[in-house]
Design a protein around this ligand. Structure first.
Ligand code: TXA
Ligand code: MG
Length: 328
């Protein structure tokens, strides 16, 4: 199999929607990262997602829908969840809710909840509309590697394993959606931080929003995860990555990644995530620059650590960096 990257012409969109309806896999852009999509109601198609990504079966998938009405066909919404969907969808907020019976076990890893979001990316929405089915889609990378934010990233990782990649350019958010467990509306819990922050959600809901309790990676690889998928090591380059307070004096055989562009001419193997430190720009560039640094053939990558004290998007970024740098 050799992946082909499709430009978003009307004919190509119809073709890819047809492939999805036939149970095939299509990588598509969302505002956060590229997803590897399949018909969420087709267990066989969803199994193929796990195979293509080499993803363990106990790590459930996020289902993408056009709107709240479609989401309610798959999950039991409570009033708080409905309010959240009306306010933040389409957008980078995933809601974890009790599943309905039509959702195949493979999607939820056999669990009683399903994760759902309505993506904002216009091309993801056009495919959802044309295909007319909910789409299960994890990030379109090999399990554990850096998430893709451009079509070529998808082809680099999954090029031999899937056929269709829809090109939507670079993702505008750049880190994965916030995942909120809202099965108990009195005790909402963030399972993965993202652009939409705990504070924003707490203010909107008028209740405290807890962040997930940090725990060690699942002890038994086959056991269902208590908080699925939230492994200590994730989003990782192959080159050993170290977080450092300062990356200024890295040796020549180390790739260094600065938060802001260093002054003057920069030598080889020096990268930066933003011009002036704006977090939105850091988020948009993070995965692309990590991939570049990983391809530089260096002994190590040094990445300027980001303090998560600032809250907001800094929390999401610090979370990803920590996992990317976690030891094997
Ligand atoms: O922004 C995003 O969310 C992207 C785009 C493609 O939508 N998707 C994404 O999917 O990041 P993935 O599979 O790479 O990460 C989904 C996370 C996993 O950690 C998984 O364990 C968790 O969501 N998850 C899925 N279903 C869950 C559930 N029912 N309960 C708790 N966590 C769940
Ligand atoms: Mg992922």
């Amino acid at each position: 199999m050799q992946a082909k990257i499709y430009s978003p012409t009307p004919a190509n969109l119809r073709r890819l929607a047809g492939a999805l309806r036939r149970g095939e896999l299509v990588a598509l852009p969302t505002e956060t990262v590229y997803g590897l999509a399949a018909d969420a109601l087709d267990a066989k198609a969803c199994r193929a997602i796990f195979q293509a990504k080499r993803r363990p079966a106990n790590d459930p998938l996020i289902v993408h829908v056009l709107d709240l009405a479609h989401a309610e066909e798959l999950a039991e919404f409570n009033p708080a969840a409905r309010r959240l969907a009306r306010k933040f969808w389409p957008g980078p907020l995933t809601l974890v809710l009790p599943r309905k019976a039509c959702v195949p076990d493979i999607v939820t890893s056999g669990g009683r909840t399903v994760a759902i979001r309505s993506p904002a990316h216009p091309l993801a929405r056009r495919l959802l509309r044309l295909a007319g089915i909910p789409l299960a889609a994890p990030s379109a990378n090999l399990f554990g590697y850096i998430s893709p934010t451009e079509a070529t990233h998808v082809a680099d990782g999954l090029g031999q394993r899937i056929q269709y990649v829809l090109d939507g350019g670079a993702c505008t958010v750049g880190v994965e959606s916030t995942i909120l467990d809202i099965t108990d509306p009195a005790r909402p819990r963030i399972l993965r931080p993202g652009l939409i922050t705990a504070n924003t959600l707490a203010n909107f809901l008028g209740v405290a929003v807890r962040s997930r309790v940090r725990r060690k990676a699942a002890a038994k690889p086959d056991a269902p995860m208590a908080a699925p998928g939230l492994l200590e090591r994730h989003y990782s380059p192959r080159t050993p990555l170290r977080l450092k307070r300062s990356v200024g004096k890295a040796p020549a055989d180390v790739a260094s990644i600065h938060l802001r562009k260093p002054a003057g001419r920069t030598p080889r193997n020096v990268y930066w995530l933003s011009r002036q430190g704006a977090l939105g720009e850091v988020a948009r560039n993070l995965y692309r620059v990590l991939r570049l640094a990983d391809q530089a053939g260096c002994r190590e990558i040094w990445l300027e650590a980001l303090s998560n004290e600032a809250g907001g998007l800094a929390t999401a970024l610090a979370d990803r960096l920590k996992r990317a740098a976690a030891k094997r």
